[in-house]
Design a protein around this ligand. Sequence first.
Ligand SMILES: Nc1ncnc2c1ncn2[C@@H]1O[C@H](COP(=O)(O)OP(=O)(O)OP(=O)(O)O)[C@@H](O)[C@H]1O
Ligand SMILES: [Mg+2]
Length: 301
Amino acid sequence: MVANELRNSNLLHLEDVYQAYGDHVVLDDIDLSVAHGELVTVVGPSGAGKSTLLRLILGQELPSSGEILVSGEPVGFADPSRGIVYQKYSLFPNMSVLDNVTLGKRLELSFFQWQKRKIAIIDEAMHYLEKVGLNSHSKKYPHELSGGMRQRVAVVQALIKRPKILMMDEPFGALDPGTREDLQIFLLELWEETDMTIFFVTHDLEEAAYLGSRLIVLSQHYSDDRGDGPGVQRGAKIVADHILSRSNLSTDVKYTKGFGKLIARIRREGFDPQHRQHIREFDLKHPHSFRTNTVEEVRCK
Ligand SMILES: Nc1ncnc2c1ncn2[C@@H]1O[C@H](COP(=O)(O)OP(=O)(O)OP(=O)(O)O)[C@@H](O)[C@H]1O
Ligand SMILES: [Mg+2]
């Protein structure tokens, strides 16, 4: 599909997006289009700009240049249609689980609106808490919960706003491997049930390859025709865009040969500073992957 078709039909569309801080180019001409219902995992070396990309999609920052559309509309600031879950649980220690979960809604409403809708909102919160197995813990305070439980509360906190896109920035990064795997399965079940679009940043390649329906590699390790002269400022690009398929939720797939091969490939494509693919060789096989001309290419014409 070409960029224009994708722009009109997909939920999220980024075109020619650059982000620089001073003369430090972080994101270098990002073209990305995501259909409704995808679970996009994003990996890349530390400092590649994964969190920056997330902040741009959330509308917390404006890009230096380029376009970011959600449902065809330019992203606005502080739009609740994009929920977010961070690595560090954003729970208030002096509030119960239920109060933490309903706080977002309470802040959005006037006193009278809240009184009117309170029962329905609490019912909804309890429904989500039940989904994540925490309904019997709703009166507890965060310090009475394990790390995995707190992170599940943080997911509910985001879900209750019914975001069009759930943005997750290393949400399971602080958890032990067993809890992490439990939450991976929980997220997949939730995704299958709710038909939600999820954008999930992680350091862990195994996690990305297991969870994603689509896996994107963002990296600053590549080459192009700009050379490596002192004036060249090169930021990260999407160097690979894989479509992934999963037949069931079993984590056994992590121990298969194909899975190991994919991870080795991603490590080489995105994480090895010595392995610099030319931009023409990027592995962009996903059907929604597209590339417009870079500023440099336009200049050279
Ligand atoms: N507000 C800012 N001002 C200046 N530089 C910034 C700002 N935000 C991010 N950066 C720089 O942008 C680069 C990318 O940062 P970012 O946090 O997006 O990377 P990341 O891929 O999420 O890394 P990590 O895997 O370590 O979380 C870094 O070099 C960082 O220092
Ligand atoms: Mg980050």
